[in-house]
Design a protein around this ligand. Structure first.
Ligand SMILES: Nc1ncnc2c1ncn2[C@@H]1O[C@H](COP(=O)(O)OP(=O)(O)O)[C@@H](O)[C@H]1O
Ligand SMILES: [Mg+2]
Length: 255
């Protein structure tokens, strides 16, 4: 069943069509990969779905509602959580505070300055009904040692920082998790750990839309793959269909 559906969405920056008439769907509990060369529009598509940018035209339907342009905290409340291409965690806050921020669908953390975050977290800690349990639950889910909860994120390894980013996204209780290049900067065994988390999220009923350049990893985990090129969706199919597509190999191999 379809969870999220875009129809004919377009987004231009100046004269450049970053996303051109893209119609796609994410099905419930599927692992869907989004691939394409640099500048193809992958991040822009995630930004449109989460209203970090608004479409020029087209619709984005989630649960019978057009969420295009809807306030970001409302989109989180409706079940969409994301991570960012440049690993976005609050390095100077503790693991549990990072997860607390993700837990609250009312906070647009990207817009808050550190003063506001401090005040917000203080309030949260004082009314922490259920919060401690939630933090422990998502830390266990992503494989973070409970002893790290009070540690500042900047002391953690890269893989643990990735776990914090994913834990923070999971803390809002999403049905759709959008991951923008979660394997970047990880070695092969660390990448396998993140892929394991993605499978685990699916097992918990969450659909995952995954952007990554590691095609081998993507093809090993995705049930379906979308290929973007210059803002256009040029192919949708199973990993096997994508690998054998002449059009896709033209884009990737230039022939
Ligand atoms: N906020 C923005 N302002 C201007 N141009 C942008 C903006 N965001 C993305 N672009 C442009 O849109 C195109 C697609 O970018 P992006 O979605 O980041 O690609 P990808 O994630 O596939 O590498 C690129 O040419 C990029 O320079
Ligand atoms: Mg990108």
């Amino acid at each position: 069943m379809s969870l999220l559906k875009t129809t004919g969405i377009c987004k231009s920056f100046g004269g450049l069509a970053a996303i051109s008439n893209v119609s796609m769907e994410v099905r419930e509990q599927e692992i869907l990969a989004l691939i394409g060369p640099n500048g193809a529009g992958k991040t822009t598509l995630l930004n449109l779905i989460t209203n970090f940018t608004t479409p020029d035209s087209g619709s984005i339907i989630l649960a019978n509602q057009d969420i295009a342009g809807l306030a970001r905290h409302k989109i989180v409340k409706l079940g969409i959580a994301r991570t960012f291409q440049s690993l976005t965690v609050f390095e100077n806050l503790s693991v549990s505070d990072n997860i607390t921020i993700g837990h609250s669908s009312k906070v647009e953390s990207s817009l808050l300055d550190m003063c506001n975050i401090a005040a917000y977290l203080k309030g949260k800690r004082e009314h922490k009904h259920g919060l401690r349990e939630k933090i422990a639950e998502v830390m266990a889910f992503v494989g973070l040692d409970p002893g790290l909860a009070k540690d500042r994120v900047h002391v953690l390894s890269m893989i643990d920082k990735k776990r914090v980013a994913i834990a923070s996204a999971l803390a809002s209780g999403p049905t759709l998790l959008l991951l923008d290049e979660p394997l970047a900067g990880l070695n092969q065994s660390e990448s396998q750990e993140v892929l394991g988390l993605i499978r685990k999220a699916k097992g918990a009923g969450i659909a995952v839309l995954l952007i990554d350049h590691n095609l081998e990893a993507v093809m090993s985990i995705a049930e379906r793959v979308l290929v973007l090129n210059f803002g256009e969706l040029i192919k949708t199919g199973t990993p096997e269909e994508i690998i054998s597509s002449k059009r896709v190999s033209e884009v990737y191999l230039g022939k």
